[in-house]
Design a protein around this ligand. Structure first.
Ligand SMILES: [Zn+2]
Length: 232
């Protein structure tokens, strides 16, 4: 029995098409998972920004309360100043008031800084919310689109597998095991066309007798890379 170059070329083409379909079926879930990961990253970033803003608000509230307490303290000190019985006492109270005023001025600066931070976080939150919505939409759309193609891809996959089974009958039984090993190892590059008297997979020049045998319809493997050869 002889195997024609056309049979082997068809067989190679079927392997390539099957590999392409399988590639699409495998790539889809990976690309979906990658998009899902972007969504979850945005959710984490948004939560972190919200926490940071909450923390700033708490700090700002604490400092505002401290400021009010200090102001009340200053008022009390001012009343005491009027009731001071000696110059010494007057000086002490005056310096306490001054110290509290300085402390309040520092607190006011810190509160302003907190308020700026709260504003900045609000902008960051808004931006992250927009990005999160966009990444969710992208994820959903990609998933729906891919899932819609699965039945066709699976049908194509099944068809190609049965065509392949039929096409493989061109391989003589004596060479079947070697062929299966090649397919297991190299899938769609298990076969290699001969181009300009060389193996198109490893570019090794083929001996003239191999070319003659291929022409006679014999099954020959590349001596360098082991691929199943066929003439274009
Ligand atoms: Zn080769």
């Amino acid at each position: 029995m002889s195997t024609t170059a056309a049979d082997l070329k068809d067989l190679h083409e079927l392997h390539r098409r099957l590999q392409a379909v399988q590639g699409k079926l495998e790539a889809g879930p990976k690309r979906i998972a990658a998009r899902e990961q972007i969504v979850s990253k945005k959710e984490t970033e948004l939560e972190a920004a919200r926490q940071k803003q909450k923390q700033l608000k708490m700090t700002s509230d604490q400092k505002t309360l401290q400021l009010k307490t200090n102001e009340a303290k200053i008022d009390t000190l001012k009343r005491k100043l009027n009731e001071a019985s000696s110059n010494r006492e007057y000086e002490i109270i005056t310096s306490q008031i001054e110290a509290d005023k300085v402390a309040n001025s520092v607190l006011e600066d810190e509160i302003l800084e907190c308020l700026d931070g709260i504003d900045a976080q609000a902008k960051a939150i808004e931006k992250l919310q927009t990005e999160l919505e966009a990444s969710k939409a992208d994820f959903g759309q990609f998933k729906t689109t891919f899932e819609a193609t699965i039945p066709d891809l699976q049908e194509e996959n099944d068809k190609l597998r049965s065509s392949l089974k039929e096409a493989e009958t061109c391989i003589p039984v004596s060479e079947r095991a070697q062929y299966q090993r090649l397919v297991a190892a190299h899938s769609d590059t298990a076969l290699a066309a001969v181009e300009s008297n060389a193996c198109s997979e490893c570019y090794t020049m083929l001996e003239p007798n191999i070319m003659v045998e291929l022409n006679m319809g014999k099954i020959r493997f590349c001596r360098a890379c082991g691929r199943l050869l066929y003439r274009e």
